[in-house]
Design a protein around this ligand. Structure first.
Ligand code: FAD
Ligand code: UDP
Length: 368
């Protein structure tokens, strides 16, 4: 057995593991962070290509209403004043998101909130939905039939690979609906992109920890059992227990990237494609996150895809079946001494970055 050397073995160098490592090393605990990928940062990893910070695992916009979290993340990087204002293309039409007066005026050629409300109310009245039972009913109840058909139904079915009637209503509730001319995708008080990319934040967080890349926990632990007093595991909780009750399901994404010899491809960081005849859900043009003026541009197409063991898990599918499975794993986790589970894979929960920070800070306060 290897000699015990560390207070903590932290599995995963994503935002959760890095925040925890920072907090513990700050108070003198010795931390070893192991990461199976060839780089730190997990899904917030950014890589500089032709002077552009590329979000390698999908667009990441930091937003929060928690002042403490905002101040906390700002100690590791300066943030710019980027505000996410995505566009949506449906066939030959283009709309502003989230659903707001710009969307409605384009859709129905109207100007006032009253006109928009009247149209939506008329469309809703005919449907007579009291308690929405699924995403379709929730969306129709919120915005009526036109918006649902052009901007929600086909996009959502592409994204999740399921009929909107078979998806939980909560997925759509996080999108704002406004009767003002405001294209801000988020309602949060604070928003921005770290100048110079997210990877620098993680580097700063890990500066007092030892880090091993290309190191999978399950191989590593065979020869290093007892290397640390405690373990924080931010990989998939079901993998930790060797899929004892079967694997939890995810939705995955395939990214197709292109460097283009032109200055500006789509005029916006995020453009969604909401019709089913286009196979991808959105195109990200990375330079616009940092108001880039480079001669070239780098774009990523996001193709949603089925997930199977061995490919990158992205979105947990928190339906009844998977949640029941999760509670079995959570029960096992509770009884596993000196191992803590955290992050979006360890908790099997879609967490925005601010929630990941909150959760990692809380855990670090509650364990020695
Ligand atoms: P991860 O970043 O997944 O880190 C876990 C790490 O553990 C990974 O590096 C992995 O390689 C490693 N690992 C796993 N298993 C092992 C093992 N066996 N051995 C060693 N290492 C292992 N949030 C926002 O706030 N704003 C956004 O705009 C936003 N956009 C997103 C877009 C997409 C496409 C996705 C999928 C998520 C988005 N998020 C966004 C959420 C954000 O990505 C997460 O909040 C954050 O990355 C989670 O950090 P984490 O440390 O929990 O997990
Ligand atoms: N959505 C939609 N049309 C859009 C954008 C989003 O119907 O143009 C729905 C879709 O169901 C999606 C959900 O809203 O899964 C949440 O969207 P968000 O942009 O927050 O998704 P994420 O960035 O997490 O992929």
């Amino acid at each position: 057995m290897a000699k015990k050397k560390y207070d903590y073995l932290i599995v995963g160098s994503g935002l959760y593991g890095a925040t925890f490592a920072y907090e513990k090393s700050r108070i003198g605990k010795k931390c070893l962070v192991i990461e199976k990928r060839a780089h730190i940062g997990g899904n917030v990893y950014t890589e500089e290509i032709e002077g552009i910070n590329v979000h390698k695992y999908g667009a990441h916009i930091f937003h929060t209403s928690n002042k403490e979290v905002w101040e906390y993340i700002n100690q590791f990087a300066a943030f710019n004043n980027f505000v996410n204002t995505p566009m949506a293309v449906y066939k030959d039409e283009i709309y502003n998101l989230p659903f707001n007066m710009n969307t409605f005026s384009k859709m129905w050629n109207i100007k006032t909130p009253n006109e928009a409300k009247k149209i939506i109310d008329n469309q809703k009245k005919e449907l007579n939905i009291s308690e929405p039972q699924n995403l379709e009913e929730q969306a129709l109840k919120l915005v009526g039939t036109d918006i649902y058909k052009k901007l929600i139904k086909e996009y959502t079915e592409k994204q999740w690979g399921r009929d909107c009637k078979d998806l939980p209503a909560f997925i759509i509730r996080r999108l704002p609906l406004r009767f003002t001319y405001d294209n801000n995708y988020f309602n949060d008080t604070y928003q921005g992109i770290p100048i110079g990319g997210y990877t620098k934040i993680i580097e700063n967080m890990l500066k007092n920890s030892d880090v091993l890349l290309n190191t999978d926990y399950f191989d590593f632990i065979k020869d290093n059992e007892g290397i640390a007093d405690k373990i924080l595991f931010t990989g998939p909780i079901d993998a930790f227990f060797n899929y004892k009750f079967g694997p939890l399901e995810y939705r995955s994404v395939r990214f197709e990237n292109k460097l283009l010899e032109k200055e500006n491809f789509q005029g916006n960081a995020v453009v969604n494609y909401t019709s089913k005849d286009v196979p991808y859900t959105r195109i990200i043009e990375h330079k616009h996150f940092e108001f880039g003026t480079q001669d070239k541009t780098y774009i990523s197409y996001e193709y949603p895809c089925e997930w199977k063991l061995g490919i990158e898990p992205y979105y947990p599918i928190n339906d009844e079946k998977n949640n029941a499975l999760l509670s079995k794993y959570t029960e096992l986790a509770k009884n596993t001494k000196n191992v803590f589970f955290g992050g979006r894979l360890g908790l099997y929960k879609y967490l925005d970055m601010d929630k990941v920070l909150e959760s990692a800070l809380n855990l670090s306060k509650s364990v020695d």
